[in-house]
Ligand binder design. Structure first.
Ligand code: DGJ
Length: 731
């Protein structure tokens, strides 16, 4: 049983294979959080909570003169508002009488088999073979009648617990939500914790930062209307001593693509609270009587085996329980070539066919026609929204173009940026009110474009109809779905003034509806997400797209950090990675080794490559295919930290049965007459022997992991090595 309820002591314990999570309906029916960590017995651990008279911490009225009981010093499952807890609240409401107060008390619970569902938001799913139990606990405010349903699903084998919250206005008058988080996680003592996050910027997404928890509220979030390049909706809390291989690590991954916030507060008594959910900035959501608001899901995992242990939990779970596309597990991803860095918007059908012919010699399976094929689009001043083929460029028509590519034995892919509109477009001229713009003010432009009001049904319907028409008109195998600006001018012409605080969230709900209607209705198309690179690389997007473009920065040495940071939560099989002209001093082979850490492809003008270069690319494409079962389904190890001083970056993939491994190394710094350096493998079988790159010599797993592989010195700048290890059956 994953969920154990002990009626007598009122504890609720959730168990996965290696972790436990305990709550208790405590004093005065407050729902307390008692424990999350390595697996423990079901027994009540509330003795952990010691009570003192804490000056200036309020005591609930019902506790009479009991001055030692304060919500300010109790670990809570969902922190409340205006109840004497001065730490970060999980909920802020404005009641119909204008009061700011929520006083939730446990009013019941229900345990059921299978995964809970959200109607409006993407979430993870249970597969047939998964053992999943769920729990709904209701917290009710007796005065306002606002009801919270705290939802939990326990994925026992995966060591994952998901959480979500639904809020219902069970009262008789409208009320407003100002803040509603998906998760609150209290630790009785958090002084020894570090917080790890993935901040970045355009071209440098998901760089890793680790900071000790201090007595502040550390907040990580986005107000750009998308999860953003600048922060990622994923954080880790870990032991200060935790390394890749040792130490307790907690992960929290929010399935949401809009404004988000994670606040980690270390309080006056060293209690630690993390809340995570939709960013309350410019969020003011009306709930009429009977209405329900759903908060996005958080996927939580815990490992006592360090950061690698935690990443493996997320990689395994997100590979199997996040995205329904057949391209995740069942159909091998193609090697693609994308037209963007080859031609930008300056191409026609003839040019594309030439690129495809050259790419064919490089072992490429799929040609992607990027930005520039539609409307009037020769630069970024016009055309967005007009998703009709520009027959001045694609003179033969889309159908014929795709046929020509297919006749070469290749597949065809196409680019869209559905959420955007150019002022110089037929769509904008017909429906200027569909673009987001605050009445009476000039709109902020970014890349010369405006955002469509995705909260509007007509906008959603237009996109669904138009994009599906293009997809259904030709033999399209792949779609790249891009978004190239942050949102500003948050305003919907379809909503009254008092509902404008709902637009940020309604935009995301509208986007998910459009994605459902386009992506889920085309199960044979491979979708790749993109936001000017990796600006919206989050778990909710990966529910739809099996892969996401990591960054517009294709420089292979920068990519080492980009792949490293992204891998903390997202599996490498989701990481869109291509060989391009960026990095003139870096050998092509090295670029290929780096791109094999992801989905592998090309982003260059193949017609400009020499025959030798094309042949080298062919070898690399074939190697990618050879290593695919290892790199797409194996365990990933970060062997070095590219942010730390060092002369090389190394990583490794190992199949689940430890029989095959690919260990990759890029020499980033050459030191004159420096010491011999070794890279120690991980994840191999100690007692087994491995053949390296098909050679005669056999290497012991124990030696490779403990002594390491000597990396050749005196090599040209940016040399890369791949060590393909194959377990030998008998020695
Ligand atoms: C940004 C993407 O990241 C690029 O790869 C390319 O698709 C451009 N947009 C096209 O406008």
């Amino acid at each position: 049983m994953s969920i154990v309820i002990q009626e007598k002591c009122k504890t609720i314990t959730l168990h996965t294979k290696n972790t436990s999570y305990q709550m208790k309906i405590g004093n005065l029916d407050y729902l307390l959080h008692l424990y999350y960590g390595p697996r423990i017995p079901d027994k009540d651990v509330s003795y952990q909570i010691q009570q003192y008279d804490r000056g200036f911490s309020g005591n609930p009225y019902e506790s009479r003169n009991e001055r030692t009981f304060s919500l300010d010093a109790q670990p809570q499952e969902f922190s409340t508002q205006q109840q004497g807890d001065f730490r970060t609240p999980s909920i802020e409401v404005v009641n119909s009488d204008g009061s700011y107060s929520f006083h939730g008390k446990a009013a019941g619970y229900q345990v059921f088999d299978g995964k809970y569902q959200l109607e409006t938001l993407p979430c993870v799913f249970a597969n047939k073979e998964d053992h999943v139990q769920s729990l709904a606990i209701t917290l009710v405010d007796e005065v306002s009648k606002v009801e919270l349903s705290l939802l939990y699903s326990v994925f026992e084998e995966a060591d994952v617990i998901t959480r979500a919250v639904k809020v219902k206005n069970a009262g008789t008058a409208p009320m407003h939500l100002k803040k509603i988080m998906s998760l609150c996680m209290d630790f009785l003592n958090g002084a020894g914790f570090d917080l790890i996050s993935l901040p970045g910027r355009y071209g440098q997404e998901r760089q890793v930062e680790r900071q000790p928890m201090t007595h502040h509220i550390h907040s990580i979030g986005s107000i750009r209307g998308s999860s953003s390049h600048q922060q990622n909706p994923f954080v880790i809390l870990c032991d200060r001593q935790a390394t890749e291989d040792f130490g307790k690590c907690y992960g929290f991954s929010l399935m949401y693509s809009g404004n988000f916030l994670a606040e980690a507060e270390l309080d006056q008594y060293d209690q630690l609270r993390l809340v995570m959910g939709i960013n309350p900035k410019q969020f003011f959501y009306e709930l009429k009587p009977g209405e329900v608001f759903e908060c996005p899901e958080v996927v939580m995992a815990f490992s006592k085996h360090g950061l690698t242990g935690l990443s493996h939990l997320y990689h395994d779970f997100y590979r199997t329980n996040l995205c329904h596309s057949k391209f995740v597990m069942d159909v091998q991803r193609p090697v693609l070539i994308n037209s963007w860095e080859a031609a930008f918007m300056d191409f026609d059908d003839v040019k594309l066919v030439e690129i495809a012919k050259a790419a064919k010699k490089m072992g490429v399976d799929l040609l992607v026609m990027d930005d520039g094929w539609f409307g009037k689009r020769d630069d970024d001043n016009s055309g967005l929204g007009d998703w009709y083929v520009n027959e001045n460029k694609i003179k033969c028509g889309l159908h014929k173009l795709v046929e020509q590519i297919n006749d070469l034995g290749m597949k065809f892919g196409i680019w869209f940026e559905p959420e955007m509109v150019s002022e110089d477009s037929d769509l904008y001229r017909a429906h200027p009110d569909w673009a987001m713009q605050i009445p009476g003010r000039h709109a902020v432009r970014s890349r010369n474009q405006m955002a469509l009001d995705m909260s509007r049904k007509e906008v959603q319907d237009y996109l669904i109809k138009r994009i599906n028409a293009v997809l259904d008109d030709a033999n399209i195998y792949y779609v790249k779905w891009d978004i190239n600006r942050s949102l500003a001018d948050i305003w919907s012409n379809a909503l009254p003034a008092e509902k404008q605080g709902e637009v940020y969230h309604r935009y995301i709900l509208g986007l998910y509806r459009v994605m459902d209607e386009i992506i889920l209705t085309h199960p044979d198309i491979l979708f790749e997400g993109c936001s000017g690179g990796g600006g919206r690389y989050d778990a909710a997007m990966l529910h739809y797209y099996p892969q996401y473009w990591v960054s517009d920065n294709n420089h292979p040495i920068d990519r080492l950090k980009l792949h490293y940071g992204t891998s903390f939560v997202y599996p490498t099989c989701t990481m869109g990675a291509h060989i391009s002209d960026s990095g003139k001093l870096v050998p092509l082979k090295t670029k290929a080794v780096v791109a094999m850490c992801g989905t592998f492809g090309y982003e260059l003008d193949a017609t400009h490559l020499s025959e030798e270069e094309q042949a080298l690319c062919k070898e690399q494409s074939d190697l990618f295919r050879k290593y695919y079962p290892i790199t797409f389904f194996g365990d990933f190890y970060r062997l070095t930290n590219p942010f730390a001083p060092g002369n090389m970056t190394a990583w490794q993939h190992v199949t689940k049965d430890k029989s095959k491994s690919l260990l990759s190394v890029v020499v980033t710094n050459l030191t004159c007459n420096g010491p011999q350096e070794y890279i120690r493998a991980k994840g191999l079988e100690e007692d087994a022997f491995y053949r390296m790159n098909g050679g005669e010599e056999l290497y012991s797993g124990a030696v490779l992991m403990n002594a390491g592989i000597p990396i050749p010195r005196e090599v040209p700048d940016y040399t890369a090595f791949q060590y393909y290890l194959e377990k030998v059956k008998e020695v």
